[in-house]
Ligand binder design. Structure first.
Ligand code: PMV
Length: 316
């Protein structure tokens, strides 16, 4: 018997440290970001699967190219249950801005997969979820690390190094993270490509050194997160931003917002994710300071800001 009122949920993610360096085997840290989320509901449909989301409303087989990874997520989940021919009415609502490094594509795939399993009243264990989402993430990103799928579906921060298992860890930091959106879509692929190209120039040795330094800073950040050292975390965040800018993956808008956050009293600030657009993050010691920084970011041109408390030991 089907659950005709099925639901699936997921949330956004933020890379705290280690973006780009992670491509070259260095560690990275990513956090679930529940301030933005995806909710999917599924009901039975008459004769064809239909989709209702902000980009498209209509028959699933006629979805635009841009929704190819969603199409793949639906097909992959249905196939895994041998239910390819069941018509469904799939409604997707998301507050995750797309292409801002917040894991929008993975989050949609996670929520859709969960909703489809919920519709058929089938158990979905975690490894299976990640395996299924990986198929559509390959369509969205080519060669995904899996970090987005883990952080948009789970509740724990993760420490990740390519080729190693994800290591969940506890946040024990009395600090607030402010996220500022430049309003400009990020260019992860171009930014990743530009570092690869830089490694083929006379800047090779310097680039390798910068990548290693980014990895060292991510290692240090994990320690500061676990031992409640916000000032030190802020310092390594700002150092990471400078290295990422040096590597050529920042932008004027990101640099401007990072500067504005620091001017407004942030302990540290940096771009997050692929860069060249997308979002930046800043660290504040108190909620009041976080509000001040958030306002300063908006005054400096951020189209949206979010504030999140980093200490999981305390519920707010
Ligand atoms: O922009 P996002 O959130 O998809 O993050 C990209 C992170 C990179 O390290 C730049 C690339 C990658 O595949 O890890």
């Amino acid at each position: 018997m089907e659950n005709t009122n099925a639901k699936g949920l997921s949330h956004g993610k933020i890379i705290l440290m280690g973006e780009h360096a992670v491509v070259y085997g260095e560690p990275s840290i990513a956090l679930p970001f529940p301030a933005v989320e995806v909710a999917v509901t599924i009901a039975p449909a008459e004769d064809a699967t239909i989709i209702d989301c902000s980009y498209y409303s209509g028959i699933a087989t006629e979805m635009p190219e841009i929704l190819q990874s969603l199409q793949t997520a639906i097909n992959t989940a249905l196939k895994s249950l041998n239910k390819e021919n069941t018509p469904l009415a799939i409604q997707i609502s998301s507050t995750i801005p797309p292409e801002r490094g917040m894991g929008s594509s993975a989050a949609v795939s996670v929520a859709v997969t969960r909703a489809i399993y919920n519709y058929f009243n089938e158990e979905l264990d975690y490894d299976r979820l990640l395996e299924l989402v990986d198929v559509s993430e390959k369509v969205a990103h080519g060669n995904p690390s899996g970090l987005d799928a883990v952080t948009t579906s789970g509740d724990s921060p993760v420490f990740f190094r390519k080729g190693h298992p994800f290591v969940p860890f506890d946040l024990r930091l009395d600090g607030y993270l402010i996220v500022g959106d430049t309003g400009i879509t990020g260019q992860t692929k171009a930014a990743v490509g530009s570092i690869a190209a830089r490694l083929k120039t006379e800047k090779k040795v310097q680039t390798e050194k910068e990548i290693r330094l980014l990895g060292d800073l991510a290692e240090q950040a994990k320690q500061y997160l676990e031992t409640n050292q916000p000032e030190r975390l802020g310092t390594v965040m700002s150092q990471a931003h400078n290295l990422l800018a040096e590597l050529g993956v920042s932008s004027d808008e990101l640099n401007h917002l990072v500067g504005a956050a620091k001017q407004a009293g942030a302990l540290g600030a940096k771009l997050t994710g692929g860069g060249r657009g997308g979002c930046m993050i800043a660290l504040a010691a108190s909620e009041q300071e976080a509000q001040t920084i958030s306002q300063a970011l908006q005054d400096a041109g951020a189209v949206k800001t979010w504030i999140t408390y980093l200490n999981q030991a305390v519920t707010v």
